[in-house]
Design a protein around this ligand. Structure first.
Ligand code: SAM
Length: 284
């Protein structure tokens, strides 16, 4: 079957369907033929594996995934792309396209119904306007998945993959590290997309822990602490946590000292264990 990721082919198909890109839906389609095969391969798509793709567009990455995996379920919000996908990928009997907003789907149920007994991975060129919410949904829903391989803006990739306790880390770094081991796989230039976005991108893979590595009695509290600590990242953790959570400074000071944490540090200096310790002792 003809590979889709050739720019002439893509333009011809989109032109014939009178398709115009929606900026609001983050539609920047991949037109660099070397990216999708590499991404699909590194996602773990293979025999015996089921893949969830978010936002197939016209199907450039989907095609590579269908070639490698036993089954692919692609979730696309834009109904104008459904007839396009029927034309571009109609030959693949291991593909199911679902016309829905991924944020509204019960993905645990989808996995139960579509991939019984299969190893499951997620692979997607994510729409940038919901990168973090999608990643956090995939992790917080505690899906029985092995990994999440996604294209995101380069800056987001660097922040997610920065180690906790380094200058570049943020609340999202700690949140992602709670559930998975992130890795930056490769960078992709802005010119690899149509239309070209203003910034470069990168592909990252999150290897999801099958058992929790950090044990907390209340996950919501843990995430509230992380968010509060990074809310005013230029301030000390004492000031950021107390003002963001509306707590007495003296109480927070004592609590941090009990955890052997210097209250004058900034959030970027704390480790995952520090956040866990604070969350276990704080009352909010
Ligand atoms: N996979 C294609 C590619 O690499 O060329 C398209 C990627 S494009 C960056 C993002 C895709 O996600 C678009 O097709 C867009 O319509 C779709 N999308 C945007 N928001 C979505 C949502 N909430 N749920 C599902 N798909 C969504």
């Amino acid at each position: 079957m003809k590979r889709l990721s050739d720019i002439g082919t893509i333009k011809e198909i989109l032109g014939r369907h009178g398709f115009s890109f929606s900026k609001g839906l983050g539609q920047n389609f991949l037109v660099n033929p070397s990216v999708c095969p590499r991404m699909a391969e590194l996602s773990g798509a293979d025999e015996g594996v089921g893949v969830i793709e978010i936002g197939p567009g016209i199907g450039v990455l989907t095609q590579e995934l269908c070639e490698l995996a036993d089954k692919v379920v692609a979730i696309e919000i834009d109904k104008r792309l459904i007839p396009v996908l029927a034309e571009t990928l109609g030959e693949y009997d291991n593909l199911k396209v679902i016309n829905r907003d991924v944020m509204e789907l019960d993905l645990n149920r989808l996995i139960d119904e579509e991939f019984p007994g299969m190893k499951v991975v997620v692979c997607a060129n994510l729409p940038y306007y919901i990168t973090s919410p999608v990643i956090m949904k995939l992790l917080e829903d505690k899906l029985p998945i092995e990994s999440i391989t996604v294209m995101v803006q380069k800056e987001a990739a660097q922040r997610i993959c920065a180690g906790v306790g380094t200058r570049q880390c943020g609340a999202v770094t700690a949140a992602v590290n709670f559930y998975s081991r992130p890795e930056l796989l490769f960078n992709v230039s802005a010119g690899s997309f149509m239309p070209a976005p203003k910034v470069d991108s990168a592909v990252i893979r999150l290897d999801v822990y099958s058992e929790p590595v950090y044990r907390v009695s209340d996950e919501k509290k843990f995430f509230a602490v992380v968010k509060a600590a990074f809310a005013q990242r230029r301030k000390t953790i004492l000031n950021s946590i107390s003002s963001s959570l509306g707590l007495e400074k003296q109480t927070v000071n004592e609590l941090l000292l009990e955890c052997n944490i210097d209250p004058r540090l900034r959030a970027e200096k704390l480790s995952m264990d520090d956040f866990v310790n604070i969350a276990e002792r704080i009352s909010i």
